[in-house]
Design a protein around this ligand. Structure first.
Ligand SMILES: *[C@@H]1O[C@H](CO)[C@@H](O)[C@H](O)[C@H]1NC(C)=O
Ligand SMILES: *[C@@H]1O[C@H](CO)[C@@H](O)[C@H](O)[C@H]1NC(C)=O
Ligand SMILES: *[C@@H]1O[C@H](CO)[C@@H](O)[C@H](O)[C@H]1NC(C)=O
Ligand SMILES: *[C@@H]1O[C@H](CO)[C@@H](O)[C@H](O)[C@H]1NC(C)=O
Length: 174
């Protein structure tokens, strides 16, 4: 009896918790903790919900940026690739976000199709991060290149704050 009360309490607490925060879903599959998602499930853009991020006097807009932070290895560094950038999501929104698309979705398909580079990376499994960042200003200018020095660097260039939440998944590219 006590045990079932406790477990109900935990389940209720967890489901309340699950409804808050950054929620990214490919169909019914939720992105989280680096879970494995088959490539075929990632062809269309995921839905994004930022429930619970209310903003404040200085932050009224958020971005959700999707990146493969190890997209492009070179002899001296590994460069991220920005797969998707939803900008200008109003603080306090709930349900599928309605922001503006700064960078349209590029599926994690064989990224060699996306990265025009002579030597496609060899690792099959790639991890994709979705970061929720606060904006200082509305964002309108698309990126010059989807290949960036680092995720932190491009976020800073767009005058966004540090990630407030990150969710990730892994998929196998081929
Ligand atoms: C507003 O929210 C941002 C992002 O969460 C935070 O960095 C900042 O400190 C907050 N400002 C105030 C005045 O609370
Ligand atoms: C998103 O916002 C645009 C512009 O305000 C509006 O035209 C559109 O109907 C909205 N879509 C949803 C699903 O709320
Ligand atoms: C990935 O790209 C390589 C080189 O272009 C190609 O040989 C391979 O068939 C591609 N795989 C998929 C799943 O598109
Ligand atoms: C890729 O991830 C899958 C699922 O976790 C795993 O079974 C597989 O061994 C991984 N492949 C490589 C090359 O790490």
């Amino acid at each position: 009896m006590a045990a079932s009360l406790v477990s109900c309490f935990l389940v209720c607490l967890l489901s309340a918790y699950a409804a808050m925060g950054l929620l990214v879903q490919y169909g019914s599959t939720t992105v989280g903790n680096g879970n494995f998602i088959p490539l075929s499930s990632t062809n269309s853009p995921p839905t994004v919900d930022i429930e619970g991020f209310r903003g404040n006097g200085s932050v009224r807009l958020f971005s959700v940026v999707m990146a493969d932070q190890k997209a492009l290895p070179s002899p001296n560094a590994v460069y991220p690739y920005i797969n998707y950038w939803i900008a200008n999501i109003p603080a306090g929104s709930s349900g599928t976000v309605n922001g503006s698309i700064l960078e349209p979705y590029v599926a994690p398909s064989n990224t060699s199709n996306n990265i025009h580079y002579p030597n496609p990376f060899s690792a099959k499994n790639h991890t994709y991060d979705f970061v929720l960042v606060p904006q200082r200003n509305p964002l309108v200018k698309p990126m010059d290149s989807r290949i960036v020095l680092s995720l932190a660097d491009i976020i800073r260039q767009y005058h966004c704050g540090s990630p407030l939440q990150t969710v990730s998944f892994t998929t196998s590219l081929h």
